[in-house]
Design a protein around this ligand. Structure first.
Ligand code: G4P
Length: 527
């Protein structure tokens, strides 16, 4: 009975993220999807949480955006009796690590591509992470109401730049001012374009595109559409759900999010083909969602906006079993029981306390500093979920205390911000100086601002000549000791106390690797 209920709940859930290069239309598409779920009533209700390029030096703006991004971190809605969770991902590349971590908590993704711009760099990076994890991908080519690249050229670009095999499930009839609509290959329907659709009708059934009716509807474009569909049939593989689910083929849709065109078809296909919540690998074993015992992992931590409360929200993805309010769970890293009296679910922009949650759901746990990204909660079993590791940062600075009376606050602030995954901290072995490493320049200023506003601590940065950090291990103790003795001034340890080599140039890294062949140099923290 319990298992039956659990299976039923799992089958009702779809948890995914929309990813794109900034400005491709992620926010617009999210909003339109929420409209279908009735989660919001009016367009414009979902504020973009992207940090606009023009606002990168406006810290109040970042704080405001951070507030919005708590509300839109997870947007749940119901559609055709399914519980759909959209996880938001920051578009700004300086927050790419945040997005990588969010991708560990979803079961599939929709990639939005701008028809005129094609595949852009941020899309390439994010899709690479999805490919590593074999996450099923659907591509939505957006802004067909504007002139753009030819459909076949775009499919080629997706195949080449994203290294994905594609199969179009819809096909545009013209684009830009002459855009007439799309033929839905998946459902064999024709949808005629109308700007700003408020009401969405079913498509016109068109099993046989050779039907002369087609001329009546789209005029001379009928011939070209037939030719292109024949070409598609010959060139691209038939859609097979299995291949999509194991990440080896990705269906492509065309539409215009702004005009609410092609969005319903995308959603209707998505709910048919997208995976239900899937299990996750832990260091110990694979855990299936249908397992009765609850387990989950923290993939994101968000500081509360209210500076009077040092609360944070830890976002937990439920992997298996049923999560219940007020039930004690085992915090594996701390080896402690914790219970949660106010776990939060996110339905669109409303937050509400939940009594129970199921695999695929994300719950927000109020946290006074117990959680780090990657922490696992279970009913007692010792499981450690594998996530996306931290990557060796790209930018480094020494961080110094600028207010000697506030050194405790500074230490605590830095500690907690690192737990949130804002940046990585290294401590020089010889000097004891603290080094902050980030993936984007923006984080340095975010850290400085937040230390001051949330912890009352002041810091200043000093430059450091550092090319890369590498975690080091070796089975050859003599060689490791020799390396450590000779490179003493280039050694540090990370927050977990692991040895890190500070390479000041590509040359010194290369020579160290050549001279010490028994030492392993790692550029991600998971080894
Ligand atoms: P993002 O979250 O991926 O960064 O993109 P967002 O949805 O904010 O969209 C970026 C811009 O592209 C917005 O215009 C949005 O209105 C526009 N857009 C989205 N979908 C379409 C579409 O199908 N057709 C056309 N023509 N435009 C589209 P903006 O001027 O930057 O912002 P706003 O002032 O309209 O909010």
């Amino acid at each position: 009975m319990i298992l039956q209920q659990l299976t039923k709940e799992i089958e009702r859930r779809r948890t995914f993220a929309i990813i794109s290069h900034p400005d491709a239309g992620k926010t617009t598409l999210t909003e339109k999807l929420l409209l279908y779920g009735g989660a919001i009533q009016i367009a414009g209700a979902v504020k973009s949480n992207k940090i606009k390029k023009t606002a990168t030096s406006d810290w109040m703006e970042i704080e405001r955006q951070r507030g919005i991004s708590v509300a839109t971190s997870v947007m749940g809605f119901e559609y055709k009796d399914l519980n759909i969770n959209i996880l938001d991902t920051p578009g700004h590349q300086d927050f790419a690590e945040d997005t990588f971590r969010t991708l560990t908590a979803v079961d599939s993704v929709i990639v939005v591509i701008d028809v005129a711009k094609g595949v852009e760099p941020q899309t390439e990076k994010l899709v690479k992470v999805c490919r590593m994890r074999k996450t099923p991908i659907i591509v939505f080519i957006n802004k067909l109401d504007r002139p753009g690249k030819d459909g076949f050229e775009l499919l080629d670009e997706v195949e080449q730049k994203l290294d994905l095999k594609v199969t179009p499930l819809s096909w545009p009839i013209n684009m830009g001012p002459g855009f007439k609509g799309v033929y839905n290959i998946f459902e064999k329907n024709l949808y005629l374009f109308e700007a700003n659709k408020q009401r969405v009708e079913e498509g016109l059934s068109f099993d046989d595109v050779h039907d002369p009716e087609l001329e009546k509807l789209i005029g001379d474009d009928a011939g070209l559409l037939r030719e292109e569909l024949t070409l598609i049939d010959g060139v691209y593989p038939d859609f097979e759900r299995e291949a999509y689910l194991n990440g080896s083929i990705c269906p492509v849709f065309f539409g215009s999010a702004l005009n609410n065109f092609g969005v319903k078809e995308l959603l209707d296909c998505f709910i048919q083909i997208a995976p239900t919540p899937i299990g996750r690998n832990s260091e110990e074993r694979h855990v299936a969602p249908e397992e009765e015992a609850f387990s989950g992992f923290v993939f994101k931590i968000h500081a509360n906006m209210d500076p009077n409360h040092r609360d944070r929200i830890a976002f937990l993805r439920i992997v298996s079993g049923k999560f219940e309010r007020n039930k004690p769970y085992h915090h594996v890293r701390l080896d402690r029981k914790l219970k949660f009296s106010n776990p939060t679910a996110f339905m669109a922009q409303k937050k509400s306390v939940v009594d129970e949650a199921y695999p695929g759901d994300i719950v927000g746990l109020y946290d006074a500093g117990n959680f780090k990204i990657g922490d696992t909660l279970t009913e007692g079993e010792l499981l450690h979920y594998k996530g996306i590791p931290s990557f060796s940062p790209e930018l480094f600075r020494y961080v110094e205390n600028a207010d000697p009376l506030k050194s405790k606050q500074l230490a605590k602030g830095i500690d907690q911000l690192m737990d949130e995954g804002v940046a990585q901290l290294f401590t020089g072995k010889a000097t004891g100086r603290k080094i902050i490493g980030t993936v984007g320049a923006l984080q340095f200023e975010v850290i400085q601002y937040r230390l001051l506003h949330e912890y009352g601590a002041s810091c200043r940065y000093e430059p450091i000549t550092l090319h890369k950090t590498a975690w080091i291990t070796s089975d050859n103790k003599a060689m490791l000791d020799d390396f450590k003795a000779r490179k003493a001034s280039f050694l540090a340890y990370d927050k977990e106390g692991r040895d890190v080599f500070l390479a000041d140039s590509p040359y010194s890294l290369q020579t160290a690797m050549e001279k010490y062949p028994d030492i392993k140099f790692y550029f991600t923290s998971e080894f």
